[in-house]
Design a protein around this ligand. Structure first.
Ligand code: SAM
Length: 324
């Protein structure tokens, strides 16, 4: 098993297939941002397949496609079918803003995608427009319907609660998720990029104390995916809530993941700049053993923890550049 210098097994790779996005969520890509990676620097599907195969040989079994907006990458279902066929790839998932799902949910399901997360920050269209910079609500709703029709089950909805913006929407999001049998995941905003550093985070550890009696929630021991969320469930099992709390209760001691950006840079921690480029190894057509060795060298650089609370101004890299 691929293990870092703090003895944490690296079971999970998140891959950005593009840093571009059709939305401009206030916590993710700032309005007017232009520094996207040039297409000539993008990893090809062959490169991505090689890297995923190498991680899988080293024991990593969960892979998530993300971005930017991964559905903007041309011929994505082809990549999914190539990755799904690799030995050792036991869980292949994708995080999307949902705007392209009416067109792509079915091809992605048929290509072998196992699981889907869709970002949605409110049930109010004007609030979604305010946060995402675009009137995207109807497209996302249609995309969610298409995903259900394609056969995706237990879809996770990612919501970033922002004080003064969408906190009052949490109850409506819960009602929607119960009705649709979606899992709701609330994520504390991380200070990635100057724009996100200006946003206050909403303390989810405090929130859960209010939600527990209101919805009869109990801590769940079930595992839904390989991520850092901690889950709560109501008694009937009709509602599952996941909390991701990098600010109020960090989970670095159990961090099991690294991220690959679209240009082949491995980022070892969301909240630190430690990185390692795999691109030169691919360009030199190195052997499989050399690539595996390079990956292990990169993993050795993984830092112990992020410092989002102590040094909130530290990370100027925006989330979409890293592959959130
Ligand atoms: N475009 C896709 C989407 O919207 O889901 C995938 C990429 S996006 C970077 C992945 C996730 O990161 C989304 O759920 C988004 O809400 C979350 N995210 C982006 N910036 C964030 C930040 N600064 N803090 C916390 N979560 C963030």
């Amino acid at each position: 098993m691929l293990t870092d210098s703090f003895n944490r097994p690296i079971e999970y790779l998140r891959l950005s297939v593009t840093d571009k996005c059709d939305l401009r969520c206030s916590y993710c890509i700032p309005q007017g941002f232009t520094e996207f990676e040039k297409p000539e620097n993008w990893l090809s599907f062959d490169d991505i397949e090689r890297i995923v195969a190498a991680f899988a040989r080293l024991g990593t079994s969960r892979f998530r496609l993300t971005g930017g907006e991964p559905l903007l990458r041309k011929n994505l279902p082809d990549l999914v079918s190539r990755l799904a066929a690799l030995p050792g790839v036991n869980d292949l998932s994708l995080t999307t803003n949902g705007t392209q799902l009416t067109r792509l949910a079915d091809p992605l399901k048929r290509a072998g995608l196992n699981r889907l997360n869709v970002s949605l920050d409110s049930m109010r269209r004007e609030c979604v427009s305010q946060i995402s910079g675009k009137d995207s609500f109807d497209k996302v709703m249609a995309g969610l319907n298409a995903a259900k029709a394609a056969g995706f089950e237990r879809i996770k909805i990612n919501m970033v609660p922002l004080p003064g913006v969408n906190i009052d929407d949490i109850d409506a999001m819960i009602a929607f998720c119960i009705k649709q049998q979606f899992i709701l995941r609330l994520i504390e905003v991380m200070p990635m990029g100057n724009h996100a550093q200006r946003l206050d985070y909403f303390n989810l550890i405090q929130l859960i104390e209010n939600l527990k009696p209101k919805y009869g929630l109990q801590r769940s021991s079930k595992v839904y995916g390989g991520g850092p969320a901690k889950y709560w469930e109501n008694e009937s099992g009709s509602f599952t809530l996941g909390l991701i709390t990098p600010r109020s209760q960090h989970f670095c001691d159990t961090c099991n993941r690294v991220r690959l950006s679209v240009d082949g840079t491995l980022f070892l921690c969301l909240g630190q700049d430690h990185s390692f480029s795999l691109k030169p190894y691919l360009a030199d057509r190195c052997s499989d053993a050399e690539l595996e060795n390079a990956i292990q060298q990169a993993i050795n650089l993984k830092p112990e923890k992020h410092e989002f609370n102590d040094k909130p101004e530290q990370i100027v890299r925006i989330m979409a550049k890293t592959g959130g």
